[in-house]
Design a protein around this ligand. Sequence first.
Ligand SMILES: Nc1ncnc2c1ncn2[C@@H]1O[C@H](COP(=O)(O)OP(=O)(O)OP(=O)(O)O)[C@@H](O)[C@H]1O
Ligand SMILES: O=C(O)[C@H](O)COP(=O)(O)O
Length: 394
Amino acid sequence: MVRTLDDLDAAGAAVGVRVDINSPIDDDGSLADDSRLRAHVDTLDELAGRDARVVVLAHQGRPGGDDFTTLAAHADRLDELLDAPVAYHDTTFGADARGAVGALDEGHVLVLENTRFYSEEVMAFDPEVAAETHLVTGLAPALDAYVNDAFAAAHRSQPSLVGFPARLPGYAGRVMERELDALGDIGSTPTPRVYVLGGAKVDDSIDVAASVLESGLADRVLTAGVVGNTFLHARGVDLGVESTEVVKERAGEALARAEQLLETHGERIHTPVDVAVERGGERVELPVEDLPTSEPAMDVGAETVAAYGDVLADTGTAVLNGPAGVFEMDLFSAGTADLFEAARAAEYTVVGGGDTAAALRRLGLSGFDHVSTGGGAALKLLTGQSLPAVEALS
Ligand SMILES: Nc1ncnc2c1ncn2[C@@H]1O[C@H](COP(=O)(O)OP(=O)(O)OP(=O)(O)O)[C@@H](O)[C@H]1O
Ligand SMILES: O=C(O)[C@H](O)COP(=O)(O)O
């Protein structure tokens, strides 16, 4: 059982709060999207409002990436979003950081530097070993408690995620609590359970399909996007040169696994019955029987949405991951918009995936029971696996 903020005596305490505010960064170093910061406002304002001294720990990007930057801009934006005053400090652990935490007033928030500026934080550790890292031993003495609100990073075993709770009393923040409530026990949600797998991370989606079909978590898998094209190809449909190239590039060795899955669970895996292409600047929908075509298949067609809609209307739980087409282009957004709309007919709907959440925002889709802040972390829970950072809290 994970303790929550309801169990924490916050007043006057120095509380380290691990959040996931890893965000897209513009060329000039500013934040291109602040939705991940907004997600943590409740947790941070609640703690500050309860007179905690709030110390924010977070990562941004990976070493070597263009988005691997300081958290100064994140602190500035949090200062605008939170009721509490927010300051930034340019180290994460050591005497300097401990001094800044010691000087922090009750009800104030201090954002420490990007945890991944330190090499230990890009490695995976068992919690007992993570508790001995410089990052943890160099900051924990200044803290009274640790809150993990970083659901989207909870599939990582890095020191800031699994090391602190070995040294300090650990609690789940409000984001973590909501995500675990919605996704933590997917096996007890209403049945039949249908996984709708789209998007372009084909190998990941094939892993998910294999896992949920074999464990029985999924009664059916509906495929769309490049994932759908891959299963069509694996079923022996010739999509045409362009789409076949994308499928081979995206699926790689996973293509053979898709073929095996069709052999063992083929009757539970649904593939598109029509696809949309661009012809003379117009959207044209082609039945699968009319393939191959020289244009790339960029979306599912209306017949597919109707067929999948029939399945979803009799569904207990719909789990949606990945858009049904290239939703970023107006010509190919209909499949995603209409399929997600149809999924709302299910008794309980959960949506996971970073690009999927962006698609919902862009297409103005709402009304799902739960939209996860996490990609990889959500998928782990949705395939019935546990998360190291949550285990470390328990
Ligand atoms: N038929 C298609 N052809 C090419 N690209 C497609 C097609 N269908 C969907 N996509 C692309 O798939 C991308 C999103 O796929 P992805 O698997 O990354 O989604 P996600 O699971 O929500 O994201 P994440 O796993 O990063 O949280 C979009 O950029 C979209 O344009
Ligand atoms: O954006 C994410 O998925 C999380 O912040 C985890 O980031 P990572 O994949 O670089 O560990």
